[in-house]
Design a protein around this ligand. Sequence first.
Ligand SMILES: O=P(O)(O)O[C@H]1O[C@H](CO)[C@@H](O)[C@H]1O
Ligand SMILES: O=c1cc[nH]c(=O)[nH]1
Length: 254
Amino acid sequence: MGQDILYHLAMGTESHNLVEMFGDVKFVCMGGTPQRMENFAHYVMKEIDFNLPIGATLIDLSQYRYSMYKVGPVLSISHGMGISSIGILLHEIIKLMFHAKVKNPIFFRIGTSGGVGVKGGTVVISDTACDELLNNYYETPIVGNLVKRPAILDQSLVQELKALADPEDPYDVVTGGTMCANDFYEGQGRLDGAFCNYSEKDKMDYLKKLQNHGVKNIEMEVVPFAAMTHHAGIRAAVVCVTFLDRLKGDQRKW
Ligand SMILES: O=P(O)(O)O[C@H]1O[C@H](CO)[C@@H](O)[C@H]1O
Ligand SMILES: O=c1cc[nH]c(=O)[nH]1
């Protein structure tokens, strides 16, 4: 290709010096909302004692479909909600890392989720990823064929992250399976969607089936995230807080 346009990042290999802008990246952190990822960038700035040049402020480098902040070796990017949104971002971020000549970046998704048998506020480090039917692969149509890519997370990273938990932390940190749903309501067995043509017992039977399978939380991106990073040979981890225990309810209290 003469040039490569990273359309949804509003960047390109001709218009931007990607090596100069991103060549020192070591960690790519992504999460759903622009505000969270801006807050996270500020948090990282304090944690690593990173000083911006005098008079400069942290700016959104993308300002289009996704928001992107860079603090030294850390990229903090919003991915929106669901499989197709994070899938498009992953294509473009993996290409961005390639064009910037970054070697061995580590990718993280830091998100929110619904707990399954764990109390609200628990931090779940995903060790496995499955879909609503308990498949551990990402199945996606490519040129008219259904292609399956194994959704595998880096187990050594899971252990490294777990070791960072402090017994003094005012929340539990657990490892476990994460179920990726295509939908927030019916897809996660909620009773409070616009439609619900199943009973409370159907919901509880399903959630208990997930729990018996080792699922600790439910969110909406882990399967493509695990599959696409694994396919690209990138070490990756998913760390999500739970808002509530889905065995006890459907709605988060604000
Ligand atoms: O908080 P984030 O990272 O967006 O993750 C979770 O929240 C969204 C649903 O409310 C889904 O994207 C789900 O995966
Ligand atoms: O229950 C929840 C909470 C956050 N995100 C989800 O996908 N589900």
